[in-house]
Design a protein around this ligand. Structure first.
Ligand code: HEC
Ligand code: HEC
Ligand code: HEC
Ligand code: HEC
Length: 418
Protein backbone atom coordinates (compact mmCIF):
# COMPACT_ATOMS: atom_id res chain seq x y z
CA UNK A 1 0.00 0.00 0.00
CA UNK A 2 1.44 3.40 -0.87
CA UNK A 3 1.52 6.26 1.54
CA UNK A 4 -1.18 8.03 -0.42
CA UNK A 5 -3.46 5.04 -0.24
CA UNK A 6 -2.95 4.91 3.49
CA UNK A 7 -3.64 8.58 3.67
CA UNK A 8 -6.88 8.23 1.69
CA UNK A 9 -7.96 5.31 3.82
CA UNK A 10 -7.24 7.25 6.94
CA UNK A 11 -9.09 10.23 5.60
CA UNK A 12 -12.13 8.09 4.83
CA UNK A 13 -12.13 6.89 8.39
CA UNK A 14 -11.53 10.34 9.68
CA UNK A 15 -13.12 11.09 12.99
CA UNK A 16 -14.01 14.63 14.06
CA UNK A 17 -10.90 14.78 16.17
CA UNK A 18 -7.86 14.53 13.95
CA UNK A 19 -4.26 15.16 14.58
CA UNK A 20 -1.91 16.24 11.87
CA UNK A 21 1.47 14.69 11.89
CA UNK A 22 4.44 15.37 9.70
CA UNK A 23 5.70 12.68 7.43
CA UNK A 24 9.02 13.12 9.14
CA UNK A 25 8.27 13.10 12.81
CA UNK A 26 11.43 14.45 14.36
CA UNK A 27 12.43 16.78 11.56
CA UNK A 28 8.86 18.03 11.43
CA UNK A 29 8.72 18.97 15.07
CA UNK A 30 12.10 20.62 14.84
CA UNK A 31 11.18 22.63 11.80
CA UNK A 32 8.02 23.97 13.36
CA UNK A 33 9.92 24.89 16.50
CA UNK A 34 12.41 26.85 14.45
CA UNK A 35 9.75 29.03 13.01
CA UNK A 36 8.32 31.26 15.72
CA UNK A 37 6.94 33.98 13.41
CA UNK A 38 4.88 31.42 11.54
CA UNK A 39 3.22 30.24 14.70
CA UNK A 40 2.56 33.74 15.93
CA UNK A 41 1.24 34.97 12.59
CA UNK A 42 -0.87 33.40 9.94
CA UNK A 43 0.43 33.24 6.41
CA UNK A 44 -1.69 36.25 5.55
CA UNK A 45 -0.01 38.17 8.37
CA UNK A 46 -3.05 38.24 10.65
CA UNK A 47 -3.18 36.65 14.06
CA UNK A 48 -3.54 32.89 13.93
CA UNK A 49 -7.02 31.69 14.55
CA UNK A 50 -8.23 28.15 15.06
CA UNK A 51 -10.49 28.88 12.07
CA UNK A 52 -7.54 28.70 9.69
CA UNK A 53 -7.15 25.03 10.58
CA UNK A 54 -10.76 24.08 9.79
CA UNK A 55 -9.96 22.43 6.41
CA UNK A 56 -7.92 19.87 8.39
CA UNK A 57 -11.10 18.57 9.96
CA UNK A 58 -13.09 18.22 6.75
CA UNK A 59 -15.18 15.04 6.56
CA UNK A 60 -15.06 12.78 3.47
CA UNK A 61 -18.45 14.11 2.24
CA UNK A 62 -17.07 17.64 2.44
CA UNK A 63 -13.96 16.67 0.50
CA UNK A 64 -16.26 15.16 -2.15
CA UNK A 65 -18.21 18.42 -2.35
CA UNK A 66 -14.91 20.25 -2.67
CA UNK A 67 -14.09 18.01 -5.60
CA UNK A 68 -17.32 18.94 -7.38
CA UNK A 69 -16.65 22.63 -6.88
CA UNK A 70 -13.06 22.23 -8.08
CA UNK A 71 -14.12 20.49 -11.27
CA UNK A 72 -16.54 23.28 -12.22
CA UNK A 73 -14.67 26.36 -10.96
CA UNK A 74 -10.97 25.65 -10.64
CA UNK A 75 -9.96 22.82 -12.94
CA UNK A 76 -9.85 25.06 -16.02
CA UNK A 77 -6.78 26.81 -14.66
CA UNK A 78 -5.39 24.56 -11.92
CA UNK A 79 -6.07 21.19 -13.61
CA UNK A 80 -8.66 18.60 -12.56
CA UNK A 81 -6.05 16.85 -10.41
CA UNK A 82 -4.61 20.13 -9.09
CA UNK A 83 -1.63 19.89 -11.44
CA UNK A 84 -1.43 22.18 -14.45
CA UNK A 85 0.79 23.40 -17.22
CA UNK A 86 -0.44 27.01 -17.41
CA UNK A 87 2.34 29.55 -16.93
CA UNK A 88 2.03 31.42 -13.64
CA UNK A 89 -0.66 29.14 -12.23
CA UNK A 90 0.40 27.18 -9.15
CA UNK A 91 -0.11 23.47 -8.65
CA UNK A 92 -2.50 22.92 -5.76
CA UNK A 93 -2.38 19.11 -5.44
CA UNK A 94 -1.08 18.07 -2.03
CA UNK A 95 -0.62 21.69 -0.98
CA UNK A 96 -1.26 22.23 2.71
CA UNK A 97 -4.96 22.58 3.49
CA UNK A 98 -4.87 25.49 5.91
CA UNK A 99 -2.53 27.41 3.62
CA UNK A 100 -4.88 27.00 0.65
CA UNK A 101 -7.79 28.26 2.73
CA UNK A 102 -5.81 31.22 4.10
CA UNK A 103 -4.75 32.23 0.58
CA UNK A 104 -8.31 32.03 -0.77
CA UNK A 105 -9.40 34.34 2.01
CA UNK A 106 -6.53 36.66 1.10
CA UNK A 107 -7.71 36.83 -2.53
CA UNK A 108 -11.28 37.38 -1.35
CA UNK A 109 -10.33 40.27 0.91
CA UNK A 110 -7.98 41.72 -1.70
CA UNK A 111 -4.84 41.46 0.47
CA UNK A 112 -3.11 39.29 -2.13
CA UNK A 113 -3.42 41.87 -4.86
CA UNK A 114 -5.11 41.48 -8.20
CA UNK A 115 -5.01 38.29 -10.20
CA UNK A 116 -7.19 35.80 -12.02
CA UNK A 117 -7.96 34.42 -8.57
CA UNK A 118 -9.93 37.35 -7.25
CA UNK A 119 -12.88 36.53 -9.49
CA UNK A 120 -12.56 32.80 -8.97
CA UNK A 121 -13.13 33.06 -5.22
CA UNK A 122 -15.26 36.19 -5.08
CA UNK A 123 -18.55 34.41 -4.58
CA UNK A 124 -17.37 31.41 -2.59
CA UNK A 125 -18.73 30.96 0.92
CA UNK A 126 -16.37 30.20 3.77
CA UNK A 127 -17.64 26.62 3.82
CA UNK A 128 -17.03 26.19 0.10
CA UNK A 129 -13.44 27.42 0.50
CA UNK A 130 -12.82 24.99 3.35
CA UNK A 131 -14.11 22.08 1.28
CA UNK A 132 -12.20 22.92 -1.87
CA UNK A 133 -9.03 23.50 0.16
CA UNK A 134 -9.46 20.09 1.82
CA UNK A 135 -10.02 18.51 -1.58
CA UNK A 136 -6.87 19.91 -3.24
CA UNK A 137 -4.81 19.09 -0.14
CA UNK A 138 -5.96 15.46 -0.32
CA UNK A 139 -4.63 14.94 -3.86
CA UNK A 140 -1.36 13.29 -4.81
CA UNK A 141 1.25 16.01 -5.14
CA UNK A 142 2.96 16.56 -8.50
CA UNK A 143 6.16 14.77 -9.40
CA UNK A 144 9.33 16.83 -9.24
CA UNK A 145 10.24 18.54 -12.51
CA UNK A 146 13.64 18.98 -14.08
CA UNK A 147 13.06 22.67 -14.82
CA UNK A 148 15.51 25.45 -14.12
CA UNK A 149 19.23 25.30 -13.53
CA UNK A 150 20.06 22.91 -10.70
CA UNK A 151 23.27 24.52 -9.55
CA UNK A 152 24.31 25.52 -6.10
CA UNK A 153 24.89 29.15 -6.92
CA UNK A 154 27.83 30.49 -4.96
CA UNK A 155 28.19 34.11 -6.07
CA UNK A 156 31.69 34.57 -4.67
CA UNK A 157 33.03 31.34 -6.15
CA UNK A 158 31.44 32.17 -9.50
CA UNK A 159 33.02 35.63 -9.36
CA UNK A 160 36.39 34.15 -8.52
CA UNK A 161 36.29 31.80 -11.49
CA UNK A 162 35.61 34.66 -13.89
CA UNK A 163 38.09 37.02 -12.26
CA UNK A 164 40.92 34.51 -12.30
CA UNK A 165 40.26 33.69 -15.94
CA UNK A 166 39.70 37.18 -17.34
CA UNK A 167 41.02 39.86 -15.00
CA UNK A 168 43.88 38.47 -12.92
CA UNK A 169 46.48 38.94 -15.67
CA UNK A 170 46.26 42.71 -15.22
CA UNK A 171 44.57 43.26 -11.85
CA UNK A 172 46.39 40.54 -9.89
CA UNK A 173 45.10 37.21 -8.60
CA UNK A 174 43.21 38.69 -5.68
CA UNK A 175 42.78 42.16 -7.15
CA UNK A 176 46.05 43.62 -5.92
CA UNK A 177 47.63 45.10 -9.00
CA UNK A 178 51.39 44.92 -9.55
CA UNK A 179 51.33 46.77 -12.87
CA UNK A 180 51.83 50.53 -12.70
CA UNK A 181 48.82 52.24 -14.28
CA UNK A 182 46.45 49.38 -13.62
CA UNK A 183 44.22 49.83 -10.58
CA UNK A 184 43.88 47.38 -7.70
CA UNK A 185 40.29 46.20 -7.36
CA UNK A 186 40.45 45.24 -3.67
CA UNK A 187 39.18 47.58 -0.96
CA UNK A 188 36.46 48.92 -3.26
CA UNK A 189 32.75 48.67 -2.59
CA UNK A 190 30.95 46.23 -4.92
CA UNK A 191 28.54 48.98 -5.89
CA UNK A 192 31.35 51.21 -7.08
CA UNK A 193 32.98 48.34 -8.96
CA UNK A 194 29.74 47.39 -10.72
CA UNK A 195 29.04 51.01 -11.65
CA UNK A 196 32.57 51.38 -13.00
CA UNK A 197 32.23 48.22 -15.11
CA UNK A 198 28.89 49.33 -16.49
CA UNK A 199 30.35 52.72 -17.34
CA UNK A 200 33.17 51.10 -19.34
CA UNK A 201 30.74 48.80 -21.04
CA UNK A 202 28.32 51.52 -22.13
CA UNK A 203 31.14 53.84 -23.13
CA UNK A 204 30.43 56.49 -20.51
CA UNK A 205 33.88 55.82 -19.10
CA UNK A 206 36.29 55.65 -22.00
CA UNK A 207 38.81 52.84 -22.03
CA UNK A 208 39.05 50.46 -24.97
CA UNK A 209 40.81 47.69 -23.03
CA UNK A 210 38.20 47.59 -20.29
CA UNK A 211 35.34 47.92 -22.75
CA UNK A 212 36.61 44.87 -24.62
CA UNK A 213 37.19 42.96 -21.38
CA UNK A 214 33.62 43.47 -20.24
CA UNK A 215 31.84 43.12 -23.59
CA UNK A 216 30.58 39.64 -22.78
CA UNK A 217 30.23 40.04 -19.00
CA UNK A 218 26.59 40.30 -17.92
CA UNK A 219 25.12 42.11 -14.91
CA UNK A 220 24.99 38.99 -12.75
CA UNK A 221 28.61 38.18 -13.51
CA UNK A 222 29.64 41.77 -12.70
CA UNK A 223 27.95 41.46 -9.32
CA UNK A 224 29.76 38.20 -8.63
CA UNK A 225 33.17 39.52 -9.68
CA UNK A 226 32.68 42.61 -7.52
CA UNK A 227 31.72 40.52 -4.50
CA UNK A 228 34.78 38.38 -4.99
CA UNK A 229 37.12 41.39 -4.99
CA UNK A 230 35.32 43.11 -2.13
CA UNK A 231 35.79 40.03 0.05
CA UNK A 232 39.55 39.71 -0.60
CA UNK A 233 42.02 40.94 1.96
CA UNK A 234 43.26 44.27 0.63
CA UNK A 235 46.91 45.19 0.53
CA UNK A 236 48.83 48.18 -0.75
CA UNK A 237 50.07 47.76 -4.28
CA UNK A 238 53.84 47.30 -4.44
CA UNK A 239 54.20 49.36 -7.60
CA UNK A 240 56.45 52.39 -6.97
CA UNK A 241 55.12 55.91 -6.48
CA UNK A 242 56.87 59.06 -7.64
CA UNK A 243 55.81 62.17 -5.74
CA UNK A 244 55.99 63.68 -2.31
CA UNK A 245 53.80 61.97 0.27
CA UNK A 246 53.99 64.77 2.85
CA UNK A 247 52.95 67.41 0.31
CA UNK A 248 50.22 65.06 -0.87
CA UNK A 249 48.91 64.67 2.65
CA UNK A 250 48.42 68.45 2.97
CA UNK A 251 46.66 68.63 -0.39
CA UNK A 252 44.42 65.71 0.59
CA UNK A 253 42.76 67.81 3.27
CA UNK A 254 40.08 68.77 0.75
CA UNK A 255 39.46 65.17 -0.32
CA UNK A 256 38.92 63.46 3.04
CA UNK A 257 35.31 64.58 3.35
CA UNK A 258 34.35 62.17 0.59
CA UNK A 259 37.22 59.70 0.31
CA UNK A 260 37.86 59.33 4.05
CA UNK A 261 40.69 60.75 6.12
CA UNK A 262 43.13 58.01 5.16
CA UNK A 263 41.55 57.34 1.80
CA UNK A 264 39.08 54.73 3.07
CA UNK A 265 35.70 55.92 1.94
CA UNK A 266 32.53 55.30 3.92
CA UNK A 267 30.17 55.73 0.98
CA UNK A 268 29.61 52.88 -1.49
CA UNK A 269 29.50 55.27 -4.46
CA UNK A 270 32.79 56.98 -3.61
CA UNK A 271 35.88 54.88 -4.25
CA UNK A 272 38.45 54.30 -1.56
CA UNK A 273 41.90 55.49 -2.63
CA UNK A 274 44.08 53.92 0.10
CA UNK A 275 46.74 51.57 -1.24
CA UNK A 276 45.66 52.18 -4.86
CA UNK A 277 48.23 52.21 -7.62
CA UNK A 278 49.83 55.67 -7.75
CA UNK A 279 50.21 55.94 -11.50
CA UNK A 280 46.56 55.01 -11.93
CA UNK A 281 45.47 57.60 -9.34
CA UNK A 282 47.44 60.36 -11.05
CA UNK A 283 46.08 59.35 -14.45
CA UNK A 284 42.51 59.34 -13.09
CA UNK A 285 42.97 62.88 -11.75
CA UNK A 286 44.29 63.95 -15.16
CA UNK A 287 41.34 62.33 -16.85
CA UNK A 288 38.86 64.17 -14.64
CA UNK A 289 40.64 67.43 -15.36
CA UNK A 290 40.73 66.93 -19.13
CA UNK A 291 37.14 65.72 -19.13
CA UNK A 292 38.12 62.32 -20.58
CA UNK A 293 36.56 60.83 -17.45
CA UNK A 294 33.31 62.69 -16.98
CA UNK A 295 32.39 63.45 -13.39
CA UNK A 296 31.26 66.91 -12.35
CA UNK A 297 32.23 66.48 -8.68
CA UNK A 298 35.75 65.34 -9.40
CA UNK A 299 36.21 67.83 -12.24
CA UNK A 300 35.64 70.64 -9.76
CA UNK A 301 38.00 69.09 -7.24
CA UNK A 302 40.93 68.77 -9.63
CA UNK A 303 40.51 71.98 -11.64
CA UNK A 304 43.25 73.78 -9.73
CA UNK A 305 45.67 70.85 -9.47
CA UNK A 306 48.79 70.66 -11.62
CA UNK A 307 50.70 67.48 -12.55
CA UNK A 308 52.98 67.74 -9.59
CA UNK A 309 50.16 68.13 -7.08
CA UNK A 310 48.44 65.13 -8.62
CA UNK A 311 51.55 62.96 -8.25
CA UNK A 312 51.90 64.08 -4.63
CA UNK A 313 48.30 63.21 -3.85
CA UNK A 314 48.76 59.86 -5.55
CA UNK A 315 51.92 59.16 -3.52
CA UNK A 316 50.08 59.97 -0.30
CA UNK A 317 47.06 57.75 -1.01
CA UNK A 318 49.06 54.84 -2.34
CA UNK A 319 50.94 54.71 0.98
CA UNK A 320 47.74 54.47 3.06
CA UNK A 321 46.42 51.20 4.45
CA UNK A 322 43.42 49.91 2.48
CA UNK A 323 40.45 48.31 4.22
CA UNK A 324 37.91 45.80 2.93
CA UNK A 325 34.44 47.30 2.47
CA UNK A 326 31.94 46.36 5.11
CA UNK A 327 29.88 43.74 3.34
CA UNK A 328 28.78 40.26 4.24
CA UNK A 329 29.45 37.19 2.19
CA UNK A 330 26.26 36.39 0.30
CA UNK A 331 24.63 33.02 0.87
CA UNK A 332 24.89 30.17 -1.59
CA UNK A 333 21.72 28.48 -2.82
CA UNK A 334 22.30 25.62 -0.37
CA UNK A 335 22.77 28.05 2.52
CA UNK A 336 19.57 29.82 1.50
CA UNK A 337 17.56 26.62 1.35
CA UNK A 338 18.64 25.78 4.89
CA UNK A 339 16.99 29.02 5.98
CA UNK A 340 13.91 28.55 3.83
CA UNK A 341 13.44 25.01 5.09
CA UNK A 342 13.20 26.22 8.69
CA UNK A 343 9.70 27.41 7.83
CA UNK A 344 8.90 25.51 4.65
CA UNK A 345 10.03 22.10 5.93
CA UNK A 346 12.79 19.78 4.86
CA UNK A 347 13.27 20.17 1.08
CA UNK A 348 10.26 22.45 0.99
CA UNK A 349 7.80 19.93 2.46
CA UNK A 350 6.20 22.00 5.16
CA UNK A 351 4.83 20.29 8.23
CA UNK A 352 2.90 23.31 9.45
CA UNK A 353 -0.41 23.19 7.55
CA UNK A 354 -0.49 26.99 7.34
CA UNK A 355 2.79 27.19 5.47
CA UNK A 356 3.04 26.36 1.78
CA UNK A 357 4.85 23.31 0.51
CA UNK A 358 7.38 24.44 -2.12
CA UNK A 359 8.54 21.02 -3.30
CA UNK A 360 7.57 20.24 -6.93
CA UNK A 361 5.80 23.57 -7.35
CA UNK A 362 5.99 25.00 -10.86
CA UNK A 363 9.30 26.78 -11.39
CA UNK A 364 7.81 29.78 -13.19
CA UNK A 365 5.29 30.27 -10.41
CA UNK A 366 7.98 30.09 -7.70
CA UNK A 367 10.02 32.70 -9.54
CA UNK A 368 6.98 34.89 -10.03
CA UNK A 369 5.93 34.92 -6.38
CA UNK A 370 9.46 35.52 -5.11
CA UNK A 371 9.57 38.56 -7.39
CA UNK A 372 6.15 39.58 -6.09
CA UNK A 373 7.40 39.48 -2.50
CA UNK A 374 10.46 41.47 -3.48
CA UNK A 375 8.50 44.20 -5.24
CA UNK A 376 5.83 44.20 -2.54
CA UNK A 377 3.09 43.14 -4.99
CA UNK A 378 2.50 40.22 -2.60
CA UNK A 379 2.82 41.09 1.04
CA UNK A 380 3.96 38.86 3.87
CA UNK A 381 5.88 39.81 6.97
CA UNK A 382 8.00 36.68 6.88
CA UNK A 383 8.59 36.52 3.16
CA UNK A 384 9.25 40.18 2.41
CA UNK A 385 12.19 40.24 4.82
CA UNK A 386 13.60 37.19 3.04
CA UNK A 387 12.89 38.19 -0.52
CA UNK A 388 14.23 41.76 -0.20
CA UNK A 389 17.80 40.52 -0.21
CA UNK A 390 17.43 37.82 -2.84
CA UNK A 391 19.23 38.56 -6.09
CA UNK A 392 17.91 37.51 -9.45
CA UNK A 393 20.24 34.52 -9.51
CA UNK A 394 19.24 33.53 -5.96
CA UNK A 395 15.62 33.45 -7.10
CA UNK A 396 16.44 31.32 -10.13
CA UNK A 397 18.54 28.95 -8.04
CA UNK A 398 15.92 28.60 -5.30
CA UNK A 399 13.04 28.08 -7.74
CA UNK A 400 15.06 25.43 -9.60
CA UNK A 401 15.94 23.76 -6.30
CA UNK A 402 12.39 23.52 -4.98
CA UNK A 403 10.74 22.49 -8.24
CA UNK A 404 13.11 19.52 -8.27
CA UNK A 405 12.33 18.31 -4.74
CA UNK A 406 10.04 15.36 -4.20
CA UNK A 407 6.75 16.59 -2.78
CA UNK A 408 5.29 14.64 0.10
CA UNK A 409 1.67 14.66 1.15
CA UNK A 410 0.88 15.19 4.79
CA UNK A 411 -0.60 12.19 6.53
CA UNK A 412 -3.71 12.56 8.64
CA UNK A 413 -4.30 10.04 11.40
CA UNK A 414 -7.35 9.68 13.62
CA UNK A 415 -6.67 10.48 17.24
CA UNK A 416 -7.71 7.67 19.54
CA UNK A 417 -10.86 8.66 21.45
CA UNK A 418 -10.25 9.48 25.09
C1 HEC B 1 -8.73 31.95 -14.38
C2 HEC B 1 -7.77 31.01 -13.84
C3 HEC B 1 -8.00 30.55 -12.40
C4 HEC B 1 -9.12 29.96 -11.87
C5 HEC B 1 -10.44 29.68 -12.53
C6 HEC B 1 -8.77 29.63 -10.50
N1 HEC B 1 -7.49 30.01 -10.24
FE1 HEC B 1 -6.52 29.82 -8.48
N2 HEC B 1 -4.90 30.79 -9.22
C7 HEC B 1 -4.80 31.28 -10.51
C8 HEC B 1 -3.58 32.02 -10.63
C9 HEC B 1 -3.06 32.74 -11.88
C10 HEC B 1 -2.96 31.98 -9.35
C11 HEC B 1 -1.65 32.66 -8.94
C12 HEC B 1 -1.98 34.12 -8.69
C13 HEC B 1 -0.93 34.82 -7.86
O1 HEC B 1 0.24 34.81 -8.22
O2 HEC B 1 -1.32 35.34 -6.80
C14 HEC B 1 -3.83 31.19 -8.51
C15 HEC B 1 -3.54 30.92 -7.17
C16 HEC B 1 -4.37 30.18 -6.35
C17 HEC B 1 -4.08 29.87 -4.98
C18 HEC B 1 -2.82 30.25 -4.23
C19 HEC B 1 -1.89 29.07 -4.27
C20 HEC B 1 -0.55 29.32 -3.67
O3 HEC B 1 0.29 28.42 -3.79
O4 HEC B 1 -0.31 30.37 -3.06
C21 HEC B 1 -5.12 29.12 -4.51
C22 HEC B 1 -5.26 28.58 -3.11
C23 HEC B 1 -6.05 28.97 -5.59
N3 HEC B 1 -5.57 29.61 -6.70
C24 HEC B 1 -7.22 28.26 -5.48
C25 HEC B 1 -8.19 28.23 -6.49
C26 HEC B 1 -9.47 27.60 -6.32
C27 HEC B 1 -9.92 26.86 -5.10
C28 HEC B 1 -10.16 27.83 -7.48
C29 HEC B 1 -11.59 27.45 -7.80
C30 HEC B 1 -12.55 27.89 -6.85
C31 HEC B 1 -9.30 28.59 -8.37
N4 HEC B 1 -8.10 28.81 -7.72
C32 HEC B 1 -9.61 29.01 -9.62
C33 HEC B 1 -5.70 31.10 -11.53
C34 HEC B 1 -6.98 30.57 -11.37
C1 HEC C 1 44.62 43.96 -20.29
C2 HEC C 1 44.64 44.40 -18.91
C3 HEC C 1 43.29 44.37 -18.19
C4 HEC C 1 42.43 43.32 -18.04
C5 HEC C 1 42.58 41.90 -18.58
C6 HEC C 1 41.33 43.80 -17.22
N1 HEC C 1 41.54 45.10 -16.88
FE1 HEC C 1 40.33 46.23 -15.72
N2 HEC C 1 41.53 47.83 -15.99
C7 HEC C 1 42.68 47.85 -16.73
C8 HEC C 1 43.21 49.19 -16.81
C9 HEC C 1 44.45 49.64 -17.54
C10 HEC C 1 42.30 50.01 -16.09
C11 HEC C 1 42.33 51.52 -15.91
C12 HEC C 1 41.47 52.10 -17.01
C13 HEC C 1 41.19 53.56 -16.85
O1 HEC C 1 42.11 54.33 -16.77
O2 HEC C 1 39.99 53.92 -16.76
C14 HEC C 1 41.27 49.11 -15.57
C15 HEC C 1 40.22 49.53 -14.77
C16 HEC C 1 39.29 48.69 -14.21
C17 HEC C 1 38.29 49.10 -13.27
C18 HEC C 1 38.09 50.48 -12.66
C19 HEC C 1 38.68 50.53 -11.28
C20 HEC C 1 38.48 51.84 -10.58
O3 HEC C 1 39.11 52.03 -9.53
O4 HEC C 1 37.68 52.66 -11.05
C21 HEC C 1 37.54 48.00 -12.99
C22 HEC C 1 36.36 47.91 -12.04
C23 HEC C 1 38.10 46.90 -13.75
N3 HEC C 1 39.15 47.35 -14.48
C24 HEC C 1 37.62 45.61 -13.71
C25 HEC C 1 38.10 44.58 -14.52
C26 HEC C 1 37.51 43.29 -14.59
C27 HEC C 1 36.31 42.84 -13.79
C28 HEC C 1 38.24 42.56 -15.47
C29 HEC C 1 37.99 41.14 -15.93
C30 HEC C 1 36.70 40.88 -16.49
C31 HEC C 1 39.29 43.41 -15.96
N4 HEC C 1 39.17 44.63 -15.37
C32 HEC C 1 40.25 43.02 -16.86
C33 HEC C 1 43.29 46.75 -17.33
C34 HEC C 1 42.72 45.49 -17.44
C1 HEC D 1 32.39 65.75 -2.96
C2 HEC D 1 32.97 64.45 -2.84
C3 HEC D 1 34.38 64.25 -3.36
C4 HEC D 1 35.49 64.99 -3.06
C5 HEC D 1 35.61 66.19 -2.10
C6 HEC D 1 36.59 64.38 -3.78
N1 HEC D 1 36.15 63.30 -4.48
FE1 HEC D 1 37.27 62.06 -5.62
N2 HEC D 1 35.62 61.05 -6.16
C7 HEC D 1 34.34 61.29 -5.74
C8 HEC D 1 33.42 60.41 -6.43
C9 HEC D 1 31.91 60.36 -6.24
C10 HEC D 1 34.21 59.63 -7.31
C11 HEC D 1 33.71 58.59 -8.33
C12 HEC D 1 33.51 59.31 -9.64
C13 HEC D 1 33.42 58.40 -10.81
O1 HEC D 1 32.60 57.49 -10.79
O2 HEC D 1 34.20 58.60 -11.77
C14 HEC D 1 35.58 60.05 -7.10
C15 HEC D 1 36.66 59.49 -7.78
C16 HEC D 1 37.97 59.79 -7.52
C17 HEC D 1 39.11 59.10 -8.09
C18 HEC D 1 39.06 57.90 -9.02
C19 HEC D 1 39.27 56.64 -8.21
C20 HEC D 1 39.22 55.37 -8.98
O3 HEC D 1 39.32 54.30 -8.35
O4 HEC D 1 39.05 55.40 -10.20
C21 HEC D 1 40.22 59.69 -7.61
C22 HEC D 1 41.64 59.32 -7.92
C23 HEC D 1 39.79 60.76 -6.73
N3 HEC D 1 38.42 60.79 -6.70
C24 HEC D 1 40.64 61.60 -6.04
C25 HEC D 1 40.23 62.70 -5.30
C26 HEC D 1 41.11 63.67 -4.75
C27 HEC D 1 42.63 63.61 -4.85
C28 HEC D 1 40.35 64.59 -4.12
C29 HEC D 1 40.80 65.85 -3.43
C30 HEC D 1 41.58 66.73 -4.25
C31 HEC D 1 38.97 64.18 -4.28
N4 HEC D 1 38.94 63.04 -5.01
C32 HEC D 1 37.89 64.84 -3.74
C33 HEC D 1 33.97 62.22 -4.79
C34 HEC D 1 34.79 63.19 -4.27
C1 HEC E 1 10.00 32.82 8.81
C2 HEC E 1 9.34 31.79 8.03
C3 HEC E 1 9.68 31.73 6.54
C4 HEC E 1 10.93 31.61 5.97
C5 HEC E 1 12.28 31.55 6.65
C6 HEC E 1 10.70 31.53 4.54
N1 HEC E 1 9.36 31.58 4.28
FE1 HEC E 1 8.50 31.44 2.45
N2 HEC E 1 6.69 31.72 3.27
C7 HEC E 1 6.43 31.90 4.61
C8 HEC E 1 5.03 32.21 4.78
C9 HEC E 1 4.34 32.51 6.10
C10 HEC E 1 4.44 32.20 3.49
C11 HEC E 1 3.02 32.53 3.09
C12 HEC E 1 2.98 34.04 2.97
C13 HEC E 1 1.79 34.59 2.24
O1 HEC E 1 0.70 34.41 2.69
O2 HEC E 1 2.02 35.25 1.20
C14 HEC E 1 5.51 31.89 2.57
C15 HEC E 1 5.35 31.79 1.21
C16 HEC E 1 6.34 31.46 0.31
C17 HEC E 1 6.13 31.23 -1.10
C18 HEC E 1 4.83 31.30 -1.84
C19 HEC E 1 4.31 29.90 -2.00
C20 HEC E 1 3.07 29.81 -2.81
O3 HEC E 1 2.61 28.68 -3.01
O4 HEC E 1 2.56 30.84 -3.24
C21 HEC E 1 7.35 30.94 -1.64
C22 HEC E 1 7.67 30.62 -3.08
C23 HEC E 1 8.31 30.98 -0.56
N3 HEC E 1 7.67 31.27 0.61
C24 HEC E 1 9.65 30.74 -0.72
C25 HEC E 1 10.58 30.88 0.29
C26 HEC E 1 12.00 30.81 0.09
C27 HEC E 1 12.68 30.53 -1.24
C28 HEC E 1 12.59 31.04 1.29
C29 HEC E 1 14.06 31.13 1.61
C30 HEC E 1 14.76 32.15 0.87
C31 HEC E 1 11.52 31.22 2.26
N4 HEC E 1 10.33 31.13 1.62
C32 HEC E 1 11.71 31.42 3.62
C33 HEC E 1 7.33 31.80 5.63
C34 HEC E 1 8.70 31.71 5.47
Amino acid sequence: MTKTQIERMLMKRSAPSLVLIGFMFVAGAMVVDYCPPATAQSAAGAAVSADDLRPLYAMPEEVAEGKRLASTSCAGCHGADGINTNPGVPNLAGQRAAYLYIEMKAYQSGTRGDSAMNNAVKFLSDDAMIKVAAYFASLDPPAPTAAGTPVNIDPVQAGKTLAVAACAGCHGNTGISQIPGTPSLVGLDPKYLVDAMKAYKNGQRKNDTMKAMLASVGDGAMNNISLFYALQKPERTKAPAAGDQAAGKDAAASCGGCHGDQGVSASPATPSLAGQDAQYLAAALQAYKSGLRADETMKGMVAALDDKAMKNLAAYYTAQEPKAPNIRKPLTTVEWTQRCDRCHGLNGNSTDPRLPMLASQRVDYLEKVLHDYRTGARKSLQMSAMADVLTEQDIEGLAAHYTRQKARAVVFVPQPSK
